[in-house]
Design a protein around this ligand. Structure first.
Ligand code: ADP
Length: 273
């Protein structure tokens, strides 16, 4: 089951994910450089993500989080190195490869008017369903409830606010039953109650063996789920390990940190605990 309607759900058990034995390597990045127009923006010596991990990509604005995530998916220029995804070189990925992806910026409204339900349902097409999840409207309805759009299934996507469109795209990334899901700032434009509902539903999926990579500017309600943090700084991995081991000054760099020497924002990444 996908949905947990209890917004006050206790995350205390979730740390158990961290104790489970890790599975196969699902993402492997080796000696890679990613960038734009022939210029490298991100360099990664070695980064391996294994089945069942929940990896938060953190770092200041412009540190390379989105570029790294896109590099993992073969969506930006790879100027050097190798990337394997689900055991295959990324350039051999097929349309049908079961990966859920929420891009950072994408309009949900295409040239053809579709309803919210149709948009989310498109996340179930061309998917194999590793959980035995069939293309089914109940799953679409459930995931729409989770993102707080339960009443808007029949509404045209182009009539939604920006934040609502973002939630519809998140629902599409989650509905396909993919074992590997990459989310770039999934909580942008999502209110607190819906953030917690989404965290709860991710928690349920994690018990089913999901691997999650998520770009965040603050851990927020995902903190109990995260098994590992990768902190980017200046296009390089500055820290890779357990949240508890991360140097506090790295976690306080702040999403809106001004690289030209402005004052530190008071709450940094919001990781102060
Ligand atoms: P973050 O996700 O941490 O905010 P990005 O990955 O978006 O960082 O950016 C990393 C670097 O790549 C920055 O220096 C940014 O200016 C550059 N960059 C990002 N997108 C593009 C693009 N489309 N074209 C050229 N440079 C880009």
């Amino acid at each position: 089951m996908l949905v947990n309607h209890d917004h006050h759900h206790d995350h205390a058990h979730s740390r158990a994910h961290a104790c489970q034995p890790l599975g196969d390597t699902v993402i492997s990045v080796r000696n890679a450089a990613f960038g734009y127009g022939g210029h490298a923006a991100v360099h990664v010596d070695h980064l391996e993500i294994r089945a069942g991990e929940v990896v938060a990509l953190l770092g200041a604005n412009g540190s390379g989080k989105t570029t790294l995530m896109k590099g993992m998916l073969g969506l930006v220029d790879r100027l050097a190195g190798e990337v394997d995804l689900l055991g295959q070189p990324v350039d051999q990925l097929r349309e049908r490869t079961p990966i859920g992806y929420l891009p950072q910026r994408q309009s949900a409204a295409g040239p053809i008017p579709v309803t919210v339900r149709e948009l989310v349902r498109s996340g179930q097409l061309s998917r194999r369903h590793p959980f035995g999840l069939r293309r089914d409207d109940r799953a679409v309805g459930s995931v729409l409830d989770v993102v707080g759009l339960g009443d808007l299934g029949a509404t045209r996507v182009d009539r939604l606010s920006g934040g609502q469109q973002r939630r519809a795209l998140l629902a599409r990334a989650l509905v396909g039953g993919s074992r590997l899901v990459l989310l770039d700032e999934p909580f942008a434009g999502v209110d607190q109650a819906n953030q917690e509902a989404i965290a709860d539903s991710l928690d349920v999926l994690l018990h089913d063996g999901l691997t999650l990579v998520v770009v965040l500017h603050e851990l927020g309600p995902l903190e109990p789920l995260v098994t590992r943090v990768v902190v980017m700084d200046g296009g390089r991995v500055r820290f890779d390990g357990a949240l508890d081991d991360a140097p506090p000054q790295l976690l306080h760099m702040g999403h809106d940190h001004d690289p030209h020497g402005g004052p530190e924002p008071p709450h940094g990444l919001g990781l102060v605990r």
